[in-house]
Design a protein around this ligand. Structure first.
Ligand SMILES: [Zn+2]
Length: 178
């Protein structure tokens, strides 16, 4: 929901042209509300030829198996956020090996930065945001139906997962380092 009051000084915001489009802004102090997608990082993490997935404990796609990851905090890089989130969510320490892809679409509010990585320590254990954690053999990933009555974000995220996991589903995880 769009904010009604200025986060800096508390004045009622007005709507008008700023930097090329209509945006809420503050007539008192000049604060402008920019509405931009939020970055989310995740990683395809390999260990002994298997892929690490977590069963999502929260929307979007709650209950689906997906690569672990999460939101980037203001005081960290995307890469650092992925490493931290995977340790929190899946209990394992990872090193990232390279970019797997960047996914964005209008009106979903997030953009996904996907890396490849491998495990360097720890034992899989589901953290707060995960319902379960497991390793999957190539060609033996769980079959997941499209979300029945999901949101736009659910449908988009489902497509991103299918794209990212396709090589693993087919049993040929090309480009993934051991
Ligand atoms: Zn203000």
């Amino acid at each position: 929901m769009a904010p009604r009051f200025c986060a800096d000084c508390g004045q009622l915001l007005v709507h008008g042209p700023v930097a090329g489009r209509t945006r809420p802004h503050c007539p008192a102090c000049g604060h402008v509300v920019f509405h931009n997608p939020v970055p989310v990082g995740l990683a395809l993490v390999k260990h002994a030829g298997q892929l690490l997935l977590v069963r999502r404990g929260q929307p979007p796609l709650q209950g689906y198996w997906a690569p672990p990851g999460g939101h980037v905090e203001i005081d960290e890089s995307v890469e650092a956020a992925i490493v931290r989130e995977i340790e929190e969510e899946a209990g394992v320490e990872v090193v990232l090996d390279g970019l797997a892809g960047v996914y964005s679409q209008e009106h979903v509010g997030v953009m996904i930065v996907a890396y490849r990585g491998h495990v360097v320590g720890g034992e899989p254990k589901a953290g707060e945001d995960a319902a379960a954690v497991d390793y999957f053999e190539p060609g033996k990933l769980p079959d997941q139906p499209p979300p029945a009555a999901g949101t736009v974000v659910d449908a988009w995220f489902y497509g991103v997962l299918n794209h990212l996991l396709a090589p693993w589903k087919e049993g040929v995880p090309c480009g993934a380092l051991s």
